[in-house]
Design a protein around this ligand. Structure first.
Ligand SMILES: Cc1cc2ncn([C@H]3O[C@H](COP(=O)(O)O)[C@@H](O)[C@H]3O)c2cc1C
Length: 198
């Protein structure tokens, strides 16, 4: 089974601002980004799925809808592919957020909800539910799943499938519009990374 994850292109928001659940529009042209992504997927020889999944947030869905047309796939929106919800930190500059609240979050990354949004454990549970659905829907090892989603979701999926911690995968660089490709050769076998951040 192949799982190919695409981070959305750059959103129209200052790099120093916290955003996760916030529905920020894309900075550039979605149609142009979709064309570039289709060319990159073809160059990588990514196996094409019948259906492209996307986060409902417009920075993903706007490009996914156009990419699906180019790939000749259906496009399915799944709320479990949304970015983590940073609660009342959304829209604030990271350097303006209360230092003690940030420290409390970092000290217990898994359970802390200093911002009132989603804890990492809650986020993991919904990402896991999406992964379970993919595995159930594609028991054949040849099946492929393609999704347009967010950096946090991609790092969580990599952590879950590769047996890494989220603390580790959060350190791996991941550009806007980057592709991550994971593969499992046997239905019960181990997942491995085919490409990260290409
Ligand atoms: C624990 C955790 C900490 C994060 N800090 C930033 N992001 C993530 O949230 C922001 C929005 O992502 P995108 O641009 O792909 O929509 C980015 O800063 C990304 O790294 C995080 C995600 C998680 C799970």
């Amino acid at each position: 089974m192949d799982l190919v994850l695409i981070r959305h292109p750059a959103p129209a928001i200052d790099a120093g601002v916290c955003y996760g659940r916030t529905d920020v529009p894309l900075a550039g042209d979605a149609a142009e980004s979709a064309l570039a992504l289709a060319a990159r997927l073809a160059a990588l020889a990514v196996p094409m799925p019948a259906c492209l999944s996307t986060s409902p947030l417009r920075r993903c869905a706007d490009v996914a809808e156009r990419l699906a047309v180019l790939l000749g796939s259906a496009c399915d929106t799944d709320a479990r592919l949304r970015e983590i919800d940073f609660g009342e930190w959304e829209g604030q500059r990271w350097d303006a957020i209360d230092r003690d609240a940030l420290d409390a979050w970092a000290a217990d990354l898994r359970h802390a909800r200093a911002h009132g949004g989603e804890s990492v454990a809650q986020f993991e549970a919904r990402v896991d539910a999406w992964l379970e659905m993919c595995r159930g829907a594609s028991s054949a090892s040849a099946a492929s799943v393609l999704a347009v989603t967010h950096a946090g979701v991609m790092r969580m999926i990599a952590a879950r499938l590769l047996g890494e911690t989220i603390e580790t995968t959060l350190k791996w660089p991941l550009e806007m519009a980057a592709v991550v490709w994971l593969r499992r050769d046997e239905p019960a076998g181990d997942w491995r990374l085919v490409h990260w951040n290409v």
